[in-house]
Design a protein around this ligand. Structure first.
Ligand code: NAD
Length: 473
């Protein structure tokens, strides 16, 4: 390694990956600079009165790229957050949206606060005030900038944001489209909560389905039977673990901030979550070995490691000891550039964050479309489809003399519900995006990995948008 990437900031790490990939494109320097930088950074402080008394909090909204509008990205609630992190995450959102063909620019927001230290009513006050600050500067709106959940926030916060925005914009018919990840009853879409985890599973299914790539890794094709470790049992990690388990994988290790547990025979994800709720800790789960140093979990024996907590978990320090053959990046930025070089030399396949965790923004896009169209997916065509299938079955019965049973009929002649359509759109998106980036990776032996390929794909798509806008020749 030429210079230690451990000292690079998160945003510098992202830009280093960008620079490495841009060598495989032919775009002029100015255009690449325009794509790489953050178009707008709003850093602000705001006063709130909470149960802890009067406080001044710090917030950010970074809009990385206006090549497509609105811009889109989650809001992180964490006391460790800083401006560099928000810029890095906003940039990743631009590249992520491009990779999965979601027509948004990238953005990210943050509030420097540890939500676990506050009452629910405090979080509501903080969220509403943060939203008001965004409205004040036009950093939120259905056609401008559309936030979503991220680390430390969820559907509840998104409902408060939508309500605050609607209150400041009375009569605005598309107001609900100002934020995604809302509860279904507040304009959300079915399947959004679990979308990132489900998308990770679809991505893994596609990657593991390639027999040639699996042979190189010394693995058999398919997710089924693969031993998986997941770090972080939040929205992304829990759902990724759950869908992998349902897909036949064996979840052998789970890690939270208080420690990790490991059982080579498998851990039932819901039983572990129940145990943690009852005892306050993931540790001491029956049949599993405890690892009080949670970072050790990353080095335990498995086929697939899914870091789904925070950035910079796989570093130069622990990468040499990692045993997984596949790193499936659920979190944003969990692998440092130095660590990646080590993993690459060891022949590990890293499925990059900007592709693999794009399920959330993909289904957020569906939610935004639903809010703008003011109609639930499937409402217009479900019965029509059902009756068309019914007629087909009837014709088949007449032609063949076979009679379909009630359960066969129900299974075949089923019109699609919203959740069916969302999941089908998500699977199609994740599958075709994987094949796009894999094709780029395999098209030139100098392209070292899937991350570089994903960046090349994103850079080319954003560049095309700028060229089509007539901004660059
Ligand atoms: P979350 O707050 O729901 O969950 C994060 C979990 O990680 C928590 O349970 C937390 O206790 C745990 N954790 C924190 N530090 C840990 C450590 N050192 N070791 C083990 N566990 C630890 O957040 P989330 O929404 O699941 O987001 C997780 C990551 O995924 C973030 O990087 C986020 O940017 C990224 N992401 C989230 C979404 C989404 O739709 N929520 C989409 C794309 C990417």
């Amino acid at each position: 390694m030429s210079n230690s990437m451990e000292t690079l900031s998160f945003f510098e790490n992202v830009n280093r990956n960008f620079d490495r990939a841009s060598q495989f494109t032919s775009h002029p320097k100015g255009l690449l600079e325009q794509i790489k930088g953050c178009n707008s950074v709003y850093s602000f402080q705001f006063p709130v009165r909470t149960s802890k008394g009067f406080q001044v909090l710090h917030g950010w909204r970074v809009e990385h790229s206006y090549h497509k509008l609105p811009v889109k990205g989650g809001i992180r609630y964490a006391d460790s957050v800083d401006e560099d992190e928000v810029k890095a995450l906003a940039a990743l959102m631009t590249y992520k949206c491009a990779v999965v063909d979601v027509p948004f620019g990238g953005a990210k927001g943050a509030i420097k606060v540890n939500p676990k230290e506050y009452e629910v009513t405090d979080i509501e006050v903080i969220t509403r005030r943060y939203t008001a600050e965004l409205i004040r500067k036009n950093y939120i709106g259905p056609g401008v900038d559309v936030p979503a959940p991220d680390y430390g926030s969820g559907p509840r916060e998104m409902a408060w944001i939508a309500d605050t925005y609607a209150a400041f914009n009375p009569g605005k018919i598309d107001a609900l489209a100002c934020v995604t990840g809302k509860p279904v009853a507040e304009g959300g879409v079915r399947g959004r909560t679990e979308a990132t985890g489900r998308g990770i599973f679809f991505g893994l299914k596609e990657a593991c389905g390639n027999a040639e790539d699996m042979r190189i890794l010394g693995l058999t094709p398919g997710v089924s039977g693969k031993r998986v470790i997941v770090q972080g049992l939040g929205n992304v990690g829990y759902h990724a673990a759950k869908f992998c388990q349902e897909g036949g994988a064996v979840v052998v290790g789970l890690a939270e901030y208080e420690g990790a547990i490991y059982n080579p025979n498998g851990l039932d994800i819901d039983s572990v979550v129940k145990h943690r709720k009852e005892t306050g800790s993931i540790l001491k789960f029956p049949g599993a070995k405890d690892y009080p140093n949670t970072l050790e979990s990353l080095e335990l024996d498995c086929d697939i490691l899914i870091p789904a907590a925070l950035e910079r978990q796989i570093t130069e320090g622990n990468a040499p000891r990692i045993k997984a053959k596949i790193i499936a990046e659920g979190a944003n930025g969990p692998t440092t550039a130095d660590a990646e070089e080590i993993l690459l030399k060891k022949g590990v396949m890293v499925i990059p964050d900007m592709y693999l965790n794009a399920g959330g923004v993909t289904v957020s896009y569906f939610e935004w479309l639903k809010n703008l169209s003011h109609v639930r997916f499937g409402r217009m065509d479900k019965r029509f489809e059902q009756s068309a299938f019914d007629k087909m079955l009837h014709a088949l019965e007449q032609a063949t003399g076979k009679t379909f049973s009630e359960s066969e009929r129900n299974q075949i002649a089923k019109g699609a519900d919203e959740i069916d359509l969302v999941n089908s759109g998500l699977e199609e998106t994740m599958t075709s995006a994987y094949n796009q980036i894999r094709e780029i990776w395999k098209s030139d032996s100098r392209i070292p990995d899937l991350r570089t390929a994903a960046f090349i794909s994103a850079i080319n798509k954003v560049a095309t948008a700028y060229i089509e806008l007539g901004i660059f020749p």
